[in-house]
Design a protein around this ligand. Structure first.
Ligand SMILES: [Fe+2]
Length: 443
């Protein structure tokens, strides 16, 4: 339990550290209904521990500010009423400092509870504490993508963090005119899908079951900005033949003509990053695109998006390494086609440990950089049942009208992602670090 307590404090401190360069004024803005103010993330993650641990396991626990239960509940109906999500940016009190004090106070209550509990109580607390830690890591990623959206509204383009790593240009792939994406073939197989129960996983990653994965090919790397520009320049955004009906409606309603955060200046594309605005680097993986755009790009390219089962099968033998939040780039890094391990700025870069059955080469950047849209609807695995009570609301009730994304991003913690991890968003969402890896059916 000592290790778990250290882990708890480490994760809580990392959330605070992410806010280190932010001013209080930054922390209260809600730039769209999907975005929550930084202050809300600070308080809501704290509410989670207070509600599901302190209130549950301390008989005489009294909240210092009972109204926080209403203000900082997100969507748990079984935990009581909640404030409207789209109005979070109207809440100026508690202040950012009060939210930080709330964090410190709940942290010391958790500490005290862990110190004073016997083994049988600790056994009951542990799974919820672990869930709370993973929940907080999810909110760390949202905090980053949300503050990016907030800062992007500001014509002064504030810098969240200065750039830390320059990437060796000799290793970059070209943009337009780069070698065509190469694909790796996988033979048909019955594959074990889902988490094997060793260590933590969300309930939506199970039950583990067998699935027939017909033969397919998977691209060795994500699609680059340069490749995406070719789609734009081929009028991809104004050719309905590439688009799903709902996607075509969305493109026209929203007047999309490029990924989110891109603007054209003097004929060249620039994008807003967490390190400020800069010219689009054609070698980086394209990001901040919707499912609709990913699907349209795939159609234009004569390919398709992978299913989540294809992705999981391909990812099986890879070490989970790559550009995660720990590298503090807060942006996807350039695509590497076949680097030597020494030339890569990130250990491993998702290199295959050993050649897999039916494969002859390497896949790159399967983990980190950008979440990869799959064509799989987010739905329950065979035999899935949401747990009873409030914590059963964590995943199950969102299994409608969303698509699964795999692999994590530059805003995900390395210790948060798994090969079986199923992220999910509605097909029109663009503010997460979302990108494209193509798949193909056999010739
Ligand atoms: Fe949450």
């Amino acid at each position: 339990m000592g290790r778990l307590r250290d882990r708890f404090h480490q994760i809580r401190k990392f959330t605070n550290a992410l806010c280190a360069g932010l001013e209080p004024e930054d922390c209260v803005v809600q730039s769209m209904p999907d975005v929550s103010p930084t202050k809300w993330h600070l308080a809501h993650t704290t509410w989670f521990f207070e509600t599901f641990i302190l209130k549950k396991f301390i008989a005489r626990y009294r909240a210092e500010v009972p109204e926080y239960a209403y203000l900082f509940n997100s969507y748990y109906n079984a935990a009581g009423d909640m404030h409207r999500r789209d109005l979070r940016g109207l809440i100026s009190r508690p202040t950012v400092n009060e939210a930080l004090r709330y964090r410190a106070s709940i942290d010391s209550h958790i500490d005290e509870l862990l110190s004073n509990s016997d083994e049988s109580l600790l056994n009951k607390i542990e799974p919820i504490l672990v869930l709370g830690i993973h929940h907080e890591q999810q909110h760390q990623e949202l905090l980053i993508t949300d503050i990016k959206h907030v800062l992007a509204q500001n014509p002064l383009y504030p810098v969240f963090r200065g750039r830390v790593a320059a990437t060796p240009s000799s290793q970059k792939l070209g943009g337009v005119g780069a070698a065509a994406t190469t694909f790796i073939d996988f033979e048909e197989a019955v594959t074990e899908i889902g988490h094997d129960g060793d260590g933590f996983a969300y309930d939506n990653e199970g039950p583990r079951h067998r699935a027939l994965v017909p033969a397919f090919s998977l691209a060795t790397r994500p699609i680059t900005n340069g490749e995406y520009i070719a789609f734009i320049e081929d009028n991809g955004y104004s050719r309905p033949e590439f688009w799903l009906s709902l996607g075509w409606m969305t493109v026209n309603e929203q007047r999309w003509n490029a990924p989110l955060y891109w603007t054209k200046r003097d004929g060249a594309w620039w994008n807003f990053t967490l390190s400020g605005i800069r010219p689009v680097d054609q070698s980086e993986p394209v990001t901040h695109i919707s499912y609709f755009e990913a699907d349209a790009y795939a159609n234009w390219a004569g390919a398709r998006l992978p299913t989540e089962f294809e992705w999981e099968r391909a990812a099986l033998r890879f070490p989970i390494e790559g550009n995660f939040v720990e590298s503090e780039l807060f942006h996807p890094a350039v695509c590497y086609e076949a680097p030597s391990p020494q030339s890569s700025p990130f250990k491993g870069r998702g290199r295959r440990e050993a050649p897999g059955e039916g494969c002859s080469s390497d896949l790159y950047q399967m983990f980190g950089d950008v979440w990869e849209w799959t064509r799989s609807a987010y739905s329950p695995y065979p035999g899935y049942r949401a747990a009873p009570g409030a914590l059963g609301e964590y995943n199950g009730k969102f299994m409608c009208n969303q698509y699964v994304l795999r692999g994590g991003s530059c805003a995900t913690s390395r210790s948060h992602i798994r090969r079986t991890y199923r992220n999910f968003f509605q097909p029109e969402k663009r503010w997460q670090f979302t990108g494209i890896r193509l798949a193909r059916d056999p010739e």
